[in-house]
Design a protein around this ligand. Sequence first.
Ligand code: URP
Ligand code: ZN
Ligand code: ZN
Ligand code: ZN
Length: 469
Amino acid sequence: MTDVLITGGRIVTAVDDYVGDILIRDGKIEAIARKLEVPSAQKYQASGLLVLPGGVDVHTHMESRQGIAETCDTYESGTRSAAFGGTTTIIDYAQQSKGESAIFALDNRLALAEPQVCVDYSFHLILTDINPEVLKELPDLINYDGVSSFKMFMAYPDILMVDDASIFKTMRAVGSHGGMVNLHAENGSVIQVLIEEALAQGNTSPKYHALTRPTIMEAEATHRAIRIAELAEIPVYIVHLSAKEALDVVVEARDRGIYAFAETCPHYLFLNIEEYDKPGFEAAKYVMTPPLREHHCQQALWRGLKFDDLQIVATDHCPFCFKENSSGWHRSKQVGKEDFSKIPNGAPGVELRLTLLYDGGVRTGKISLNRFVQLTATAPAKMFGLFPKKGTIAVGSDADIVLFDPNKEHILSAETHHSNVDYSLFEGRFITGKVEKVFLRGELIVDGDRWLGNKGKGQFQKRSASGTF
Ligand code: URP
Ligand code: ZN
Ligand code: ZN
Ligand code: ZN
């Protein structure tokens, strides 16, 4: 592999900010200095650009089934889309079916993803059936397979939801091995009552998805998750936190010295409940769980990001096509046309995380440039055992590097994104700041609008136990 030299860029990590040159050798960062001379190296001039560590998105759902629907990004299209957005590592999900071995579930997902992935990847293991055999598998998953995080759902009764005893047992089983538990925290049983009431009253439109998932039921489950983790003496990570009430619970726990962590997602930072007032069935595009919240929640989330009450921004990329199409209407949002509770839950976003957060967070002064890198790369890599291989620009780290033009203006649209999904949550939004070049372990895979990467080139990342916080 030829050496690569990136010269004159503004190198930004979670703590640093300086102009310098980076030498890449055999896919890793070999040297960083004010000035480097390597005549044989392939050179990329980066003056005027930000040189950032490749993004780490720890919440995506590629080729993921939900009832009869399936997300419309394959591991190939989804990871290509991620790359165009400056994300060079994703953590997706392997899901244990009821009665199934967790290791078997992991092996199946690996076989599906491996020939397709365009960026580096790992899986969290979703547990849906916690029994003595599965609990015995968990230490091996952590210690040998490098899968050190396990997700459970407190929502979606009869499908994914597990009870508190299962959560507690899992936490105890993985805690002593340095594993991490992720929770989708909403009170699924109470929400189910509200859904049934709404439908009985003939309230079938997408807006009722939001109205039947109140913020205090997110707060309740968040509280329960943290308290159970406290008893099990294990850190806990709340995925896709959306509500101020839930954030308050996280803050309260952290103030008591509990290892409670949470991520939020760009859609909760930039959109609010008014999207559900869109005419016709348009609002179905915004049916994700938790739903979009009221405006005051956004303000609380930004504050949380700023003061480290929220540690990570991940996308929860879960794209279901809006329109019926040749790949089968049953995969689209239209399945819930007559009944909001049947609309597949999830929205796209894997490509937009960096550009949105830069434009709407850094440029507006809500977060610093260093904090932006921390939220999108360093903290996720640390939390889930990928650091320092991933998540920073340092000698010895993988040369996953994004050249980002802080002044480039563009308009977000489904016409120009690289996901298979047929809509954008942010259609027509004017943005300043764009990913220009992306290197994956030293190989240029994105160059402006050109795709230079290859499917199957992404490498599975065995993650270490015990993230560092
Ligand atoms: O609406 C969402 N978030 N769909 C994906 C599944 C989940 O709950 O993360
Ligand atoms: Zn979820
Ligand atoms: Zn309000
Ligand atoms: Zn999700």
